[in-house]
Design a protein. Structure first.
Length: 390
C-alpha cells in the first residue's frame, strides 16, 4: 500500500512538471492532453496550451482511428476486444475535454477545434462482438476437456461476464470451467508397518486442516467426498513403528555442600590467639561439609513412527514425489529417595524426592502422541511442496 501511494505521488509530481509540448512531440498524446487540461482549468488560460491540446487531441484520435481501421481490415475476431477498448479510450478522451469547452484562441480569432462524436453505436457493436467471440472460444476450450484449457475458458467466461453480467448461461459456464479446471487432492494414510495401529490413529492423523493450503486451482480434502474425482493422492505411508522396551535404571550418588559451623579464634605460629589493631581477639568462621546419599530411579520409553509422504498422480498411478517423515514421542520420569542431610541436595534433586516410580504409558498412547507430532510435520511438507501439484 505504501509503495502504491509513493508511486501515485511521484506520478502526480512528474505530471505537474511535465511539458505538454514535449509529451506531444514524443507521441505521448494522452499524457500531453492531461497536462494541458490541468493547466487550462485555471482562470488564466494559455493559448499555447490550447493549441497543444487541440493538436494532441486530433493526433490521438487519428492514431486510434487508424488502429481500428487496421484491426477491422484484418478481420480477426480476436481484435474485437481491442477495438472495444480503443473506442472507449476515444470516448473517455472526448469526455475529459468537454467541461472546458469552448476554448477561444484570441490570436487566431477562432475557437479551438475538437471533433466530437457519439461513439455509443461503435462501442455497443464491438462489445457485442467481443463477448460473442470470447464465449465461443471458451466453449471450444471446454470441449478439450483438460484442466489447462478449462482454466483458460474460465478466464474467457469471466471476460464475457464483465461485458454482460447476465450473458446467456455465463454463470453456469463459469462454475463448469471452475470445476473442470480444479485439481482435487485426497489426503490419506496407509499402514504398511505390519503392526496394528491404535483404533483412532487414522482419524486423529487425518484430522488436519488443509483448507488454508487451497490455491486458485487446488482443493485439498481429508475425507472422500461422493461425486468428486481425485486427481492426486497425498499418502502418509507408514513403514515402521518402533516402541522401545520399558527401561528402568537405578543410580546411586552422593551430593555434598560446605556450610557454616560456628567460629574459632585465629592462632599465631606459637598457638596464641591473634589480636587486631585494637587489641581484640580475632575470630574466624568455621565450615563443615555435609553429605546426602541419593538413590534415583530413571524410567524411559520411546515411540517412533517413520515412513514417507508420497504424492501420487491418479491419472497414471505415478509416484511424482516422496519425502521421508519421522516423529518421536519420549517418556522420561525420575524419582528419588535420599539418606543424609537434605540440605546438601541441589534444588533439582530435591524436586525428585517424594516421588515414586509411575506406570509406563501404554504403547498405543505413545504412538498416538508421535502421530500428533507427525501431523504438524506433514502439513509443513505439503505447504513447502505446493508447486508440485497443478
Amino acid at each position: 500500500m505504501k509503495n502504491t501511494i509513493y508511486f501515485l505521488i511521484i506520478t502526480i509530481l512528474v505530471a505537474s512538471c511535465a511539458n505538454s509540448t514535449k509529451l506531444m512531440q514524443s507521441g505521448n498524446y494522452d499524457s500531453a492532453i492531461q497536462v494541458s487540461l490541468r493547466k487550462l482549468k485555471g482562470k488564466k488560460k494559455s493559448e499555447k496550451e490550447m493549441l497543444v491540446l487541440e493538436e494532441a487531441y486530433r493526433k490521438a484520435n487519428d492514431r486510434d482511428r487508424d488502429k481500428i481501421n487496421f484491426l477491422n481490415k484484418e478481420g480477426n475476431p480476436e481484435n474485437w476486444n481491442t477495438i472495444y477498448d480503443t473506442y472507449n479510450s476515444m470516448k473517455n478522451r472526448q469526455e475529459s475535454i468537454k467541461p472546458i469547452l469552448p476554448l477561444y484562441i484570441t490570436s487566431l480569432n477562432r475557437n479551438a477545434v475538437f471533433e466530437l462524436k457519439n461513439y455509443d453505436d461503435e462501442i455497443i457493436n464491438a462489445k457485442k462482438k467481443a463477448a460473442e467471440f470470447k464465449y465461443a472460444r471458451a466453449l471450444q476450450l471446454l470441449d478439450k476437456k483438460d484442466k489447462t484449457s478449462a482454466r483458460e475458458a474460465y478466464t474467457e467466461f469471466l471476460a464475457v461476464k464483465n461485458f454482460y453480467a447476465n450473458y446467456r448461461d455465463v454463470d453456469a459456464k463459469i462454475n463448469q470451467a471452475r470445476n473442470m479446471g480444479t485439481s482435487y487432492v485426497l489426503f490419506k494414510m496407509q499402514n504398511n508397518t505390519g503392526t496394528p495401529l491404535p483404533p483412532n490413529f487414522e482419524t486423529e492423523l487425518t484430522k488436519i486442516s488443509l483448507t488454508d493450503l487451497d490455491a486458485d486451482w487446488i482443493r485439498y480434502h481429508t475425507h472422500k467426498t461422493t461425486g468428486t474425482t481425485y486427481d492426486y493422492n497425498i499418502v502418509v505411508n507408514m513403514k515402521n513403528i518402533m516402541v522401545s522396551p520399558e527401561a528402568v535404571k537405578e543410580i546411586q550418588y552422593t551430593e555434598s555442600k560446605t556450610v557454616p559451623d560456628g567460629w574459632q579464634y585465629l592462632l599465631d605460629a606459637h598457638g596464641n590467639v591473634r589480636k587486631d589493631s585494637l587489641g581484640n581477639d580475632i575470630k574466624v568462621p568455621k565450615t563443615k561439609v555435609i553429605t546426602c546419599i541419593v538413590e534415583e530411579t530413571y524410567q524411559n520409553k520411546k515411540a517412533t513412527i517413520a515412513g514417507t509422504l508420497d504424492y501420487v498422480n491418479n491419472a497414471n498411478n505415478q509416484l511424482i514425489k516422496t519425502d521421508p517423515i519421522a516423529a518421536d514421542n519420549f517418556f522420561e520420569y525420575r524419582s528419588a529417595v535420599a539418606n543424609g542431610d537434605f540440605n546438601a541436595l541441589k534444588p533439582e534433586t530435591r524436586e525428585k524426592l517424594g516421588r515414586k516410580p509411575v506406570p509406563f504409558p501404554p504403547s498405543f498412547d505413545m504412538i498416538l502422541q508421535a502421530g500428533q507430532t507427525l501431523k504438524g510435520m506433514v502439513k509443513n511438507i505439503i505447504l513447502a511442496n505446493k508447486e508440485v501439484l497443478y
